[in-house]
Write a protein that binds this ligand. Structure first.
Ligand code: G3H
Ligand code: 13P
Ligand code: ZN
Length: 331
């Protein structure tokens, strides 16, 4: 039997995006796969008073079991309310690959879905996206589509290079599909290795500086569809502190580079109302777990290393909400 997201305590993204557009900030969309990540997201967004989108990928659904994930999400709402956090919480499918995956999530209590048809030819992308929008909107669920291909790996979809969104395509896509928000490609990419060292320059300290995002394309898109909600994927900053923590505790992440915080801050002040962050959370958890186990080799109680990792995640996300996305205090 289908579950209504409203009964689970979730909201769709309509109101949060309206406020984000007016207030010139972006709502964080944090991915989770397990209980500790989810606890950290709720506590960080609750403490900083930020609306939040709990993001579940197809990979997360199969890793954690899709039914359990939904109950975890429902538990997160209950935990937030019990803690006195009155923030709006959406449960969102990240990179939905097919109509069927989206329907399964909508029927399972998700309040928002992404149908990622960006790897399809334009017409096919429109057709797939429109079908999802029709099913979703009948049930009050909001839909994110994507135009343009991000460099790197988007779930199962491999793209050899970044194909920027073409501004001249966005009006037709938005009109014909009826989507509520549009993910675009302006130079971000998924994972911890967003740019090769050859694509970067070096600053005075020898730190790799990536090429700037294509704000010119973003501006063109905004001119074509004024006031329409834009989404940025692949927006982790690959926080150097945690890359260093991983590498100095037995890890091996060479030349990991992300999107500088100032650029994300600039994007958040534009029509970009949703910013996706997954890799930074992975790096924080891995860094703290590695460090804790290196310092205490006799430790074997998972709570003793997952606990500190969870605390560090809270700190990282509060920092993002307060100083990068600008969503703190905006619930
Ligand atoms: O954009 C992709 C997200 O980071 C999810 O990654 O498919 O490994 O869960 P995943
Ligand atoms: P990062 O890999 O940069 O965290 O991006 C995550 C993302 O876009 C999830 O959809
Ligand atoms: Zn993504």
């Amino acid at each position: 039997m289908a579950v209504d997201y409203k009964e689970l305590g979730f909201v769709n993204t309509e109101e949060m995006f309206k406020k984000a557009m007016e207030g010139k900030y972006a709502v964080p969309a944090y991915n989770f796969n397990n209980m500790e990540q989810l606890q950290a997201i709720v506590n960080a967004c609750g403490k900083s008073g930020s609306p939040v989108i709990l993001q579940v990928s197809k990979g997360a659904r199969s890793y954690a079991n899709e039914t359990l994930l939904r109950y975890l999400g429902q538990g997160a709402v209950a935990m937030a309310r019990e803690s006195g956090f009155n923030i709006p919480i959406a449960l969102h499918l990240d990179h939905g690959d097919t109509y069927e995956t989206c329907v399964s999530c909508i029927d399972g209590g998700f309040s928002s879905v992404m149908i990622d048809g960006s790897h399809h030819p334009f017409e096919k992308n429109i057709e797939e996206t429109k079908k999802v929008v029709e099913y979703a909107h009948e049930r009050g669920v909001t839909v994110e589509g994507e135009l343009g291909v991000l460099a790197g790996i988007e779930d199962d979809v491999e793209a050899a290079k970044s194909i920027y969104t073409q501004p001249e395509e966005v009006i037709e896509f938005v009109d014909k599909t009826g989507v509520d928000s549009l993910a675009i490609s302006i130079g971000t990419s998924h994972g911890a290795f967003k740019f090769t060292p050859e694509q970067c320059t070096k600053n005075d300290q020898g730190v790799l500086v990536p090429p700037p995002l294509r704000f010119d394309i973003l501006e063109e898109i905004e001119k074509q569809i004024p006031g329409f909600v834009i989404v940025l994927h692949g927006s982790s900053s690959v926080v150097p502190e945690y890359v260093k923590m991983i590498n100095s505790n037995g890890g091996d992440l060479k030349a990991a580079v992300g999107i500088p915080e100032e650029q994300l801050r600039k994007a958040a002040k534009s029509a970009v109302c949703k910013i996706n962050i997954d890799s930074d959370g992975r790096l924080v958890m891995t860094g703290v777990i590695r460090k804790t186990l290196a310092e205490k080799p006799g430790e074997f109680d998972p709570r003793k290393y997952l606990g500190p990792a969870r605390e560090a995640l809270v700190e990282m996300m509060i920092h993002k909400n307060e100083t990068v996305l600008g969503s703190a205090g905006r619930y």
